[in-house]
Write a protein that binds this ligand. Structure first.
Ligand SMILES: Cc1ncc(COP(=O)(O)O)c(C=O)c1O
Length: 411
């Protein structure tokens, strides 16, 4: 599918996703854990586009949501409520009520006060709230300090001693149905060992609960499976193609978790990947507006910016950038920058790229996760269009915003 054809029809910047790539990742993950029949709950925050969610829902996946808005999207996209888990440290009363009324698989409770509020809402609604307790296992993991959620200084979940107490309390409370333990330790994790360490803490807790006569029905190990955005040691060609072994391999993760899972054969297994399913399935196509030199620095100024793709500015994230068509043009080392009035509006720093003129198209790769979902209208820039490629065809799955959209809610 020539990116140029889509860009010419839809304009730029535009996110383009591959349905086949998303579904291949889902199958790979399910296959690795096949003996255990895992429920893969797609973390909507990575890419909540309805068409992307619909693909995964039709393929039998569940969803992980962290707000009332994501829950509405998940239900509208066709995910079965019985396959939806609802996390979040700051659920409002309205969100708790909406979650309980929707009859989800589990609401992941992240504090004692949230537990109290959940009990109160469940009593009022006269129903039993299915809950898991989210454990903060005290494990450092993740590709950036903003992505680590499982350590003691992070706001997520409850400490192990508190988790035990809350589970015992939940067990006695008639308006609650204690389903299990939830433990998401971070994002962009490329090594199975932090997952094993976190499950060590989960296991100690499970042992204590069993000793107290409490048996749980599910363990939710969260998401966080990393993709390799950058493999500089292998040179630019390898960066472009993304070597298969660079990701956290589902088979390696399954093997590392196997001892734990074999000791707890009755626990249902939930996984919550976001990035793993969609990151490599997407690119951001952007046109060069200008070339410019200041002293020894060279810049390719493009029509996408940090408002369209925030990850480089927010996390210093690396995304491979390639010309959409191969060109016999001299390469230079340059920065790829957007039009936003921030020095930090750099999509790619110090890259060797062909010194292409205005009008040429670049593709910023591996932007299918936390790309559009983090986009804003900063600098009053309408958000880009989204396109899904499926079965050799493409279609717009979200229109480019208009200038009217920028002021739509203003009075
Ligand atoms: C509770 C929870 N589950 C799953 C995810 C998905 O993480 P990832 O996209 O790294 O798989 C997140 C990400 O923040 C999360 O907070």
């Amino acid at each position: 599918m020539p990116v140029e054809a889509v860009a010419r029809a839809v304009g730029t910047p535009v996110y383009i996703y591959s349905a086949g790539a998303v579904l291949a990742r889902l199958r790979e993950l399910e296959g690795a854990f096949a003996g255990r029949d895992p429920l893969v709950c797609y973390a909507l925050k990575a890419n909540p586009n309805r068409a992307v969610c619909g693909l995964l829902a039709r393929a039998g996946a569940g969803a992980e949501v962290v707000s009332g808005g994501e829950l509405r999207r998940a239900l509208a996209a066709g995910f079965s409520p019985r396959k939806i888990v609802f996390s979040g440290v700051g659920k409002t009363e309205e969100e708790i009520r909406f979650g309980l009324r929707s009859r989800l698989l589990a609401q992941n409770v992240e504090s004692e006060e949230e537990l109290n509020r959940t009990i109160a809402v469940a009593r009022r609604l006269r129903l039993r709230a299915p809950i898991s307790i989210r454990l903060n296992p005290g494990v450092e993991a993740g590709g950036h300090r903003h992505l680590a959620t499982g350590h003691g200084a992070a706001k997520f979940g409850v400490a192990p001693a508190d988790a035990l107490r809350l589970c015992l309390r939940a067990r006695r409370e008639p308006s609650l149905e204690l389903k299990g333990l939830h433990c998401h330790i971070g994002s962009q994790i490329l090594d199975p060992r932090p997952f094993v360490a976190a499950l060590g803490v989960v296991e100690r807790l499970l042992g204590r609960l069993r000793a107290a006569g409490v048996r749980l029905s599910l363990v939710d190990v969260g998401g966080g499976l990393g993709v390799r955005y950058e493999d500089e040691s292998r040179g630019p060609a390898a960066q472009t193609l993304g070597p298969a072994r660079a990701r956290l391999q589902p088979a390696a993760l399954a093997k590392a978790l196997a001892p734990f899972l074999s000791r707890w054969p009755d626990l249902g297994l939930v996984l919550e990947p976001g990035r793993f399913l969609t990151a490599e399935a997407g690119l951001l196509a952007t046109r060069i507006l200008y070339r410019k030199r200041i002293g020894t620095s060279r810049f390719l100024i493009v029509d996408a910016a940090m408002n369209d793709l925030l990850r480089p500015a927010l996390y210093s994230a690396y995304h491979p950038v390639v010309p959409a068509r191969l060109r016999d043009v001299d390469e230079v080392v340059c920065d790829v920058v957007g039009p936003v009035c921030e020095t930090g509006d750099v999509l790619a720093r110090r890259r060797r790229l062909p010194w292409l003129p205005a009008g040429e198209l670049l593709a910023v790769l591996k932007t299918g996760a936390y790309g559009f979902s983090m986009a804003s209208q900063y600098n009053s820039r309408p958000r880009p269009a989204e396109v899904l490629v499926e079965g050799g065809r493409w279609r717009v799955v979200r229109e480019r915003e208009s200038y009217r959209d920028l002021v739509r809610h203003e009075r």
